[in-house]
Ligand binder design. Structure first.
Ligand SMILES: Nc1ncnc2c1ncn2[C@@H]1O[C@H](COP(=O)(O)OP(=O)(O)OP(=O)(O)O)[C@@H](O)[C@H]1O
Ligand SMILES: [Mg+2]
Length: 225
């Protein structure tokens, strides 16, 4: 079985627009291996920026991320680490519109086309998207895109999943299914899960809630010990 990763962030700063917009102003946090953490906070407080840094999609201006005690800045190929270890559900889906649902979902699977498609189909079916598997992503509803994005994030059985408002554009039944799937993955893989949400019922199913405000974590940044 795979195991989750321990993630530590120290004094992360990130500004945009040539330093005019401060998105993160000194984030400190720790997420233990296998822990499930909700990140909450008002619009614009830096949640999506933080997730992009934790996924090593972007670099902080200052500060460091430690993955199982290894400084992220020392990784020569962060994209290889990401492909192997991380599943990301973006706030705005980012499916490839000219590929079908099952092709989008199978994209991250590195160990051979047939096996990848079988696993992708299994997930797509379980999430209730079976009848849409051969549909182009451009033809999906918002909620269907969210389900497909979730399937793509989990298809590799990653060690670390980051999900940015994974239930943001779906009804409560579909939201429940998404959450069950995420928690099912975490149980099965012992994975580390960080979920940005505005929904208290989603946050309530995590081990801990981290509260952000104005580019900082103001509460719940470390595991209760
Ligand atoms: N690429 C960018 N260029 C310029 N400014 C950005 C960029 N990305 C984010 N920002 C700004 O950084 C701040 C934090 O944005 P971020 O997307 O992290 O907020 P958020 O907490 O995810 O908000 P929401 O709840 O609305 O998704 C905001 O002021 C936003 O306008
Ligand atoms: Mg956001």
């Amino acid at each position: 079985m795979r195991r989750g990763l321990e993630i530590v962030a120290q004094d992360l700063h990130k500004a945009y627009e040539g330093g005019l917009v401060f998105a993160l102003r000194g984030v400190d946090l720790k997420v233990e291996r296998g822990e499930r953490v909700a990140v909450i906070g008002p619009t614009g407080c830096g949640k999506s920026t933080l997730l992009a840094l934790l996924a090593l999609l972007d670099r902080p201006d200052r500060g460091e991320i430690l993955i199982d005690d290894l400084p992220a800045s020392s990784l020569h190929h962060p994209e290889e680490w990401r492909n192997r270890e991380v599943g990301i559900v973006f706030q705005f889906h980012y499916l490839l519109p000219h590929l079908t649902v099952e092709e989008n979902v199978a994209l991250p699977v590195l160990d051979g086309r047939d096996k990848g498609f079988a696993r992708a189909r299994e997930l797509v079916d379980r999430l209730g998207l079976g009848s849409r598997a051969r549909t182009l992503a451009s033809g999906l509803s918002g909620g269907e895109r969210q389900l497909a994005a979730l399937a793509r994030a989990l298809v590799n059985d990653p060690a670390f999943v980051l999900a940015d408002e994974p239930t943001g554009s779906v009804d409560s039944a579909t939201g429940g299914r998404i959450l069950d799937e995420l928690l099912g993955w975490a149980d099965r893989c012992g994975g580390t899960l960080v979920v940005v949400t505005h929904d208290p019922s989603v946050a309530g199913r995590m081990d801990r809630t981290m509260q952000m405000r104005d580019g900082r974590v103001v509460d719940g940044g470390k595991p209760a010990s």
